[in-house]
Ligand binder design. Sequence first.
Ligand SMILES: Nc1nc2c(ncn2[C@@H]2O[C@H](COP(=O)(O)OP(=O)(O)OP(=O)(O)O)[C@@H](O)[C@H]2O)c(=O)[nH]1
Ligand SMILES: [Mg+2]
Length: 558
Amino acid sequence: MHKPPDRIRNVALVGHRGSGKTSLHEALLFQAGAINRLGSVTDGSTVSDGDEDEKARQMSISATLSSFEWEDRKVNLIDTPGDSSFVADALGALRVCESAVFVVNAVMGVEVHTNRLWQRASELDLARLLFVNMLDRERADFFRTLESLKSAFGPHVVATEIPIGSEHEVGGVIDLVDMKAYTYAGEGRDASQEIPIPQELQAQAQEYREKLMDEVSESSDALMERYLEGEDISHAEIVAALKDGTNHGQLFPVTCGVATCNLGTNRLLDALVEDLPSPVKHGDLEVGQATLSPTEDGPLFAYVFKTRADPFAGRINLFRVYQGVLRQDSHLLNTRSHTKERVGQMVTFEGGRTGHAAEFGPGDIGAVAKLKETRAGDWLAARDEPIQMPSITLPSPVMAFAVEPKAKGEEDKVFTALRRLQEEDPTIDLHRDPQTGEQIVAGLSQVHVEVVVARLKSRFGAEVTLKPPRVPYQETIRKPAQAHGRHKKQSGGRGQFGDCHITIEPLPAGGGFEFVNEIKGRGDPLGLHPSCGEGGTGGHGGGDGGWLSRQGCARAPS
Ligand SMILES: Nc1nc2c(ncn2[C@@H]2O[C@H](COP(=O)(O)OP(=O)(O)OP(=O)(O)O)[C@@H](O)[C@H]2O)c(=O)[nH]1
Ligand SMILES: [Mg+2]
């Protein structure tokens, strides 16, 4: 049985490189009981960042999906890479989720990539929570970070809690909705304990509570009136207004903690299921002519947002069901290739363990192995419908290398593997330079291309060398010139005689090639001047300097 769509939460963890997303992903899985040990990025023991190259570089390279149950909701949590070279996976995850948790480093505040991702989340109309992480680090400052968030993302960014203590003395949080304080004694699941609000923090807590209430009361005129008249607003009313504002992208609650110490993550976990929208609440998806509703009855439409190339399991496709129920052993259409696909084994990722599922309901996210044609960006549907997600604008590759197999005769193996990695990451460009004949692999940075090379070896056993690509020097016409040629043939029968005068001159850059026939009267009785024009293009190197060829040609049988 699948979870009803109103019990599902699809959440992407996004943020700048190294802000602590993978550590937070780990802490949330641990807190929810999906794993029994809190792994760490530094010793390479986290569920996400499971690939060897991720462990070696201590950074996320691909998106990782984990599904777990909390408070009778199914949470599909996607940890995304923060490095801009691997932005394709972060943008892909944002597309299929209703909500995003922005993880922000409390030392650095808002960083450049956070801005870009926020922009994308706004375009997609996603609900957003913010988690100010790394409160334990030297020079961490929650309040300075909060101000940087407000100035970057507007006044509706509002703290729902503030920390107790700072840097290595951070010890807990104060909940501004209920005005209750909690300390954390260690990393355990039950480490949080309620305490009275420390005396020295009471004024600050009151100040931030008022800021929160100002925001919350803006949600309705009636609430605003009562608030201004000094009436008590109940816990339930505050929570409902917060939830409503968050769901409609009008309010962005800020929580805080220390992911590596599991501090504050229990509260974030509750917020994921209580405050963030389900696929039902987020509503229908309009794609082209089609309107897809998260209901079980309609024909099935599932979108593939991520492909992973595995040398043993083949292609693994991560999908999101937008309408209907995706069942094992069903036959579906790939609407791009118009080919049939039989859905074999479907997979769930449950905190490091892989499980099997017989079906996925509307709004759910899962994975399927061994589809023949399907890859990221494709739709699987019950009927052939011209349906396409608006394409994501991805950055263009800037770092190109000529790639060659290390061993002779391995061309096929290397280029097949490269094409499979390209399916996994659409920002990799792979092409043959028609002028130099070299195979070029290009990416968004040096690290990006290095990762491709490392994955070729570790996943496909294909070793390559990279070289700077040869630059195909091209010639062009700089100034006018003239030439004259004569053709004579007298080997029996009627002889041939031709006389050709040609002038070449440059055109403005990018002007292409122009041929002007200046033969007057009957000077070319057999109509041979087009061949002269074609002959003219052959000498041009193809650079961007345009050129003009004028020809006066006289030809007559002798
Ligand atoms: N002191 C401290 N260190 C943290 C905290 N969260 C994460 N770290 C450390 O910061 C480093 C980066 O953490 P990650 O969880 O890998 O960050 P990320 O956002 O997933 O990084 P990318 O995937 O590369 O963008 C690791 O060494 C973590 O151990 C925290 O709350 N406090
Ligand atoms: Mg990470």
